[in-house]
Design a protein around this ligand. Structure first.
Ligand SMILES: Cc1cc2nc3c(=O)[nH]c(=O)nc-3n(C[C@H](O)[C@H](O)[C@H](O)COP(=O)(O)O)c2cc1C
Length: 378
């Protein structure tokens, strides 16, 4: 396979497969699960695949320098682990040293990876201090060198970035610089670094971004990210802007593990519990056989599966006090009969019901209240 056909093949396949599954006359964008640090590891990706698979997955971001200098300070352990039976994700890497990016990108194919994504959007202060992530928006000459370095691996290179560092309007200068590098995919999180995830995504700039792509790099696929919660919302956006090639969903998965399903339907509590149990089983397997995992980190997922039914909040509270997956399973066995009985009257509906929203609003209010109490007491 020549270098250029190899570069094209991964994303071509994604586009072709998405179209092949398309039963409508509209062009279908591909959907991806966003890279999320401490979230989108091999465990959670497989849970999402069971709930409703996206077309593309990304790993958590991994520090390129730590990949090539194993004694470097950022952990790489487990971040790039992929199970045999899961879809090969795109590896997202970050860094500011082109030679390390080149070295890291060359390791990836030996691990089975077929595409590499470079993080140029992370707003985290430590990453910025390292001259990486969104800091590259302020150092576009270095950004170009990093892309060239990644290309030496022969893998298709994509970039995920924000509109600007200080202001969203910087995209008019920044995005053309990336587009001129002819990357395979440009993913745009429609906010500036300064806006973090707080301001609403700037959908008003999508058409301008697409026009830039058509003019400067017609082969580059444009993937849009920011505040898109479900496949249905993504399809609605792509209908308004048919030039969009891909839609990336991040936090939407925390509200709805079925965010990618093609025909949205309501799910029973049993189905959600099955997802939680799958996560527990995969956690134990990865922890024993692949890389040590911290049990505490599992707790952030409980509210994805346990919300919007009678006793959800008290069940979550019980689980937050556990110390092992065995304890979680014991509590589920003990409590679920009571919960199922209580939800029988509303047909075990888990998603799309007002109870889920009210339940989470109450949990958030409780959290704020306890933070305020803690502050007042300290
Ligand atoms: C917990 C968490 C971790 C994240 N980690 C990464 C990461 O490793 N790499 C990255 O490019 N973006 C990361 N992001 C940003 C998301 O990929 C995405 O761009 C952002 O959440 C906006 O999309 P959304 O509105 O669909 O969530 C992270 C976001 C969250 C909430």
């Amino acid at each position: 396979m020549t270098l250029s056909t190899q570069q094209d093949s991964f994303w071509d396949e994604i586009v072709k497969q998405t179209q092949a599954k398309n039963t409508t006359s509209d062009k279908q964008p591909f959907f991806s699960l966003a890279p999320m640090e401490a979230v989108t590891d091999t465990i959670f990706r497989r849970v999402v695949a069971q709930a409703g698979p996206p077309d593309v997955y990304y790993t958590e971001f991994t520090n390129a320098s730590s990949m090539v200098h194993p004694k470097a300070k950022f952990s790489v352990q487990g971040r790039l682990a992929v199970a045999e039976n899961e879809a090969q994700p795109v590896a997202q890497i970050w860094g500011s040293r082109p030679e390390d990016i080149a070295g890291a990108a060359k390791i990836l194919p030996t691990m089975g990876y077929r595409a590499v994504d470079i993080n140029m959007g992370c707003p985290d202060a430590t990453v910025i201090k390292n001259g990486a992530g969104s800091d590259l928006i302020r150092h576009d000459d270095l950004a170009e060198k990093i892309i060239s370095a990644a290309k030496t691996s022969g893998l298709p290179v994509s970039v995920k970035t924000r509109l600007g560092f200080y202001h969203a309007e910087e995209f008019r200068d920044w995005l053309p610089i990336i587009l001129r590098q002819n990357v395979a995919v440009l993913t745009v999180h429609l906010r500036s670094r300064k806006e973090m995830s707080k301001a609403p995504a700037h959908v008003e700039y999508i058409d301008e971004i697409l026009a830039m792509r058509d003019k400067l790099a017609p082969k580059t696929l444009i993937q849009i990210n920011g505040d898109i919660k479900t496949r249905a919302e993504g399809l609605a956006l792509a209908k308004i802007h048919p030039g969009i090639d891909g839609i990336m969903i991040g936090r939407g998965i925390f509200e709805n593990p079925y965010a990618f399903e093609k025909i949205p339907r309501q799910h029973t509590l049993e189905e959600s519990i099955a997802l939680l149990k799958r996560q527990l089983d995969l956690f134990d397997d990865v922890n024993a056989n692949v890389t040590p995992k911290h049990f505490e980190a599992l707790k952030r997922y409980f509210k994805i599966y346990l919300r919007g039914f009678a006793h959800a909040s008290s069940l979550r509270q019980l689980l937050m006090e556990t110390h092992s997956t065995t304890e979680v399973r014991q509590i589920l066995t003990r409590e679920l009969a009571r919960v199922y009985e209580a939800v029988a009257s509303d047909q075990h509906i888990y998603r799309d019901n007002a109870a889920a929203i009210a339940d989470m609003a109450m949990a958030t209010a409780e959290k704020h209240q306890s933070a305020a109490d803690h502050k007042n007491n300290s």
